[in-house]
Design a protein around this ligand. Structure first.
Ligand code: COA
Length: 177
């Protein structure tokens, strides 16, 4: 049976960094690369992940299949000045490498982000996604995220506009009336 796990990353070993970059590259090549269109140079990708871990408003989670890092997700928090939106976290960078899909890693990553957001007192979790990402959209629907908007100019890929959907989820409906 496949061994699936998800963990919060505070520090990352060289070995895990290589696996995280490999997983990200595979997702970018397949077309679901959290904004990247072309695979960046390895040092650019490594610096991206190191940067994520340095930013206090971000928390990185990684998923593993049989011990190998195969995907990620982040909780993004509003900056200190944004008092009006201090109730809302953001789910970003949710991807799983194609070879590790279908084992529930994507689901676990979203659940971990949601759990942390709830623990930290956030009342709402926001996210946005390209309209072409059917698996992700199906998953967000099934987890109770509400699609509230569509942006026809969300992304541009190889000269073509790609629409995007915006979702929110109320994390504590009983206290958020
Ligand atoms: C979305 C993604 C993270 C899911 O990763 P995963 O580890 O395979 O996810 P899970 O195994 O938890 O669940 C996959 C679910 O998607 C469903 N699915 C797969 N392809 C699908 C499709 N084309 N349309 C609808 N549902 C689909 C599966 O049936 C499964 O649902 P089930 O558990 O109810 O059967 C992964 O597909 C991915 O990285 N996609 C590209 C990046 C992306 O779109 N990220 C979201 C940006 S916010």
């Amino acid at each position: 049976m496949a061994d699936v796990s998800v963990e919060r990353v505070e520090d990352i070993s060289r070995h895990d960094m290589n696996d995280l970059c490999d997983a990200a590259e595979a997702a970018i090549e397949e077309g679901g690369g959290f904004g990247w269109i072309d695979v960046p140079q390895r040092n650019v990708l490594e610096n991206y992940w190191r940067g994520v871990m340095l930013v206090p408003e971000r928390t990185l989670f990684v998923g593993r299949l049989d011990g190998v890092i195969s995907g990620s997700a982040q909780l993004g928090r509003p900056t200190k000045n944004n008092e009006a939106q201090s109730h809302a976290g953001n789910l970003t960078t949710n991807f799983v490498a194609p070879w590790a899909r279908g084992y529930g890693i994507g689901l676990k990553l979203i659940q971990e982000v949601e759990t942390l957001a709830r623990e930290e007192g956030f009342e709402v979790l926001n996210l946005d996604v390209r309209a072409t990402q059917e698996a992700a959209i199906g998953r967000y629907d099934s987890l109770g995220f509400v699609r509230w908007g569509e942006n026809p100019y969300y992304a541009r890929v190889e000269g073509n506009w790609v629409a995007g959907y915006h979702f929110y989820k109320v994390l504590n409906p009983e206290t958020s009336e």
